[in-house]
Ligand binder design. Structure first.
Ligand SMILES: [Zn+2]
Length: 378
């Protein structure tokens, strides 16, 4: 049950989700509420059923395509609004297109809720940023609420440019052997990150039908991605022998995937995820290759991001809370954890069938939204 004690905290736990008492709104709630600030459009953070949504402007296309008709107000990164005396602004999180940290200011306190975020732990070299969205921006605050999906010291990502060299070498070797390359990764975020990083001169790039609507949203938001085609659009089937096929993990072993087994030559398959750092996860996936590519910060990245906020108080959510809290306390910080119901990358973070991009596409969400009265100010 929610506490009835008065609290000066700007964000507290409630059964519906993280709640801002003075502002009377939630951040990424998992149960339907009246007002929801959404950090990003992954299914576990951006759910159907809220009456009013507030999100970063670059998230609009993806949110509408996944949630259908919603009452959505958007803010440019850094733009401030005031709601019940709480100043609210959104700042880049570097995770996926439109991902944001939520900054709240009230009564002399500044709190930032990170949502999911990616920042390189090894270097501040801009080439290591997620090139498909605005780079993570540290925001100074008194209290920082951080995710901890990969909050264990074993998680250390190799530099991104080296990883893409490995992916390109795998694709090139397969192409030279007349063998298709099937790379499995989540449709929203991971697939576009792969597209932005590979060398498109090696061969044609084919994407699954769940991936292409998201590619379209990225391109419409100004993100440069190489040319992609659906498998049904490929007229020269022999060209598939040099192709890179990008698809969500659920297609492994399906008839869609078997189209890339050509003339007795089976495709080489690989999976791109932060979990590929674990040998057990690679074995369970039963793929030829595991590429450790994550849209979340690794252990040094989490440390760097937390340090850059200057926060004296840190609240850890979704991931390895106990380990992170202990480490933060050892650094002399006040640290605790919130229980949340986010599970990004712990399952195949695809939208539920009802909100699948294909369904939303047919619903003509844009036209339906235009007929609604303007949303009341958030
Ligand atoms: Zn996410």
């Amino acid at each position: 049950m929610p506490t009835t004690m008065p609290s000066a905290d700007l964000i507290v736990e409630r059964p519906e989700g993280l709640y801002c008492p003075p502002g009377d709104f939630y951040i990424d709630p998992w149960r339907p509420v009246e007002r929801a600030v959404i950090t990003h459009a992954h299914a576990d953070h951006s759910r159907v059923g809220h009456q009013h949504y507030l999100a970063a402007a670059p998230a609009e296309g993806v949110m509408r395509s996944r949630l259908g008709v919603i009452t959505l107000q958007t803010l440019a990164y850094g733009e401030q609004i005031e709601h019940h005396g709480v100043r609210v602004s959104l700042h880049p999180a570097g995770h996926v297109l439109g991902s944001a940290q939520v900054r709240l200011e009230h009564g002399g306190q500044v709190w930032v809720a990170s949502g999911d975020y990616y920042v390189s732990g090894a270097t501040s070299d801009a080439r290591e940023d997620n090139l498909t969205c605005a780079a993570f921006e540290p925001v100074r605050c008194h209290c920082f609420i951080t995710e901890s999906t990969f909050g264990l010291p074993i998680y250390r990502w190799q530099p991104q440019h080296e990883l893409f060299a490995d992916i390109n070498a795998w694709w090139q070797a397969n192409a030279d052997a007349g063998r298709a390359s099937l790379l499995l990764g989540y449709s929203f975020g991971k697939a576009q990150r792969i597209l932005a990083g590979v060398d498109a001169s090696i061969g044609p790039i084919v994407v699954h039908g769940a991936v292409e609507p998201l590619n379209r949203a990225y391109r419409e938001a100004g993100v440069r991605l190489p040319e992609t085609q659906l498998v049904t659009e490929v007229t020269d089937k022999a060209s598939l022998r040099r192709a890179l096929a990008i698809a969500p993990p659920a297609v492994q072993g399906s008839s869609w995937a078997r189209r890339f087994d050509i003339a007795g030559q089976s495709a080489s398959d690989a999976f791109a995820s932060g979990w590929m750092q674990l040998r057990g996860a690679r074995r369970r996936r039963a793929v030829d290759r595991g590429f450790v590519l994550s849209d979340h910060a690794d252990w040094p990245g989490l440390q760097r991001a937390i340090g850059a906020t200057g926060a004296q108080r840190v609240i850890v959510t979704h991931g390895y809370e106990a380990v992170m809290v202990r480490w933060l306390q050892q650094q002399g910080l006040e640290a605790g954890s919130f229980h949340t119901e986010y599970d990004d990358e712990r399952q195949d973070a695809e939208p539920p069938a009802a909100a699948a991009p294909d369904a939303a596409e047919n619903a003509d969400g844009a036209a339906a939204t235009a007929a609604l009265p303007a949303p009341p100010p958030f």
